[in-house]
Design a protein around this ligand. Structure first.
Ligand code: PEP
Length: 250
């Protein structure tokens, strides 16, 4: 049985002081929830968020990392730096990173390897554009993204990572995929993992849905057989909404 994992992606929101205040409030409201709860905060908020989350069931994650260990990469953060802070998860290949910062399937794969090398678990984002969906190439696109993202990772590593299916047309648009649409794609992703590795590995990997998840839509999405939780943007910035979403019960 896979444990549901609900991750908030704060994007470029909140100062360190605001992050600490938010986590202090959130940790009271999510007490006792048995799903895995993650808050992916801006880099500069990580120390304050980690301190605020002490003694709670909230894990703090990063939203990105570079694939190199160190060097002349102005403005970048390495996996070793995140690990040193005490981070467990890192989001990789979010569609906003792909769109605005020229990330590719190849750099996603490099980052996934670098994450594992540093003892971090990647949350790898994949998803199609509206054009790709309308033109009927969504399945090929998703399969290609997953295959390249996982290139040369071991079965043990794949079983330990999270794949977030995030249709680009649903991110920040208020337009959530239906539970059936999201399930269809999460099943495609699980099938690709089964083909590349084994059925056993595919049964272990956790696959999230992301794209305008809110307190009203979370239940129907998370109850689908291949959806193991969500990656939540806007609604993760509101304590009450995120608590309802994170508190999903089968
Ligand atoms: C996201 O940032 O990954 C996301 C899904 O955002 P939103 O929930 O706001 O659509």
């Amino acid at each position: 049985m896979r444990t549901k994992v609900i991750a908030g992606n704060w994007k470029m929101n909140k100062t360190p002081a605001e992050a600490a205040e938010f986590i202090m409030e959130l940790k009271e409201s999510v007490k006792g929830i048995e799903n895995e709860i993650i808050a992916a905060v801006p880099f500069v908020c990580i120390p304050a968020a980690l301190t605020a989350s002490e003694g709670s069931n909230i894990k703090i994650a990063a939203q990105n990392m570079h694939w190199e260990e160190k060097g002349a990469y102005t403005g970048e953060i390495s996996g070793a730096m995140l690990k040193d802070l005490g981070i467990e998860y890192v989001i990789i290949g979010h569609s906003e990173r792909r769109e605005y910062f020229a990330e590719t399937d190849e750099t996603v794969n490099l980052k996934a390897h670098a994450a594992f090398k540093n003892g971090l678990k990647p949350i790898i984002c994949v998803g199609e554009s509206l054009l790709q969906r309308d033109e009927g190439v969504m399945p090929e696109h998703i399969r290609y993204q997953v295959k390249v993202a996982l290139l040369n990772l071991s079965a043990e590593q794949v079983a330990d990572l999270i794949i977030a299916y995030e249709p680009i047309w649903a991110i920040g648009t208020g337009r959530t995929a239906t539970a059936e649409q999201a399930q269809e794609v999460c099943k495609i992703i699980r099938d690709v993992v089964a083909e590349l590795y084994s059925k056993e590995t595919a049964e272990k990997v956790r696959i999230q849905y992301g794209g305008s998840v809110n307190a009203q839509t979370a239940d129907s999405l998370f109850s689908m057989p291949d959806i193991d939780g969500g990656l939540v943007g806007g609604a993760s910035l509101k304590v009450n909404d995120f608590t309802v979403i994170a508190g999903y019960k089968a």
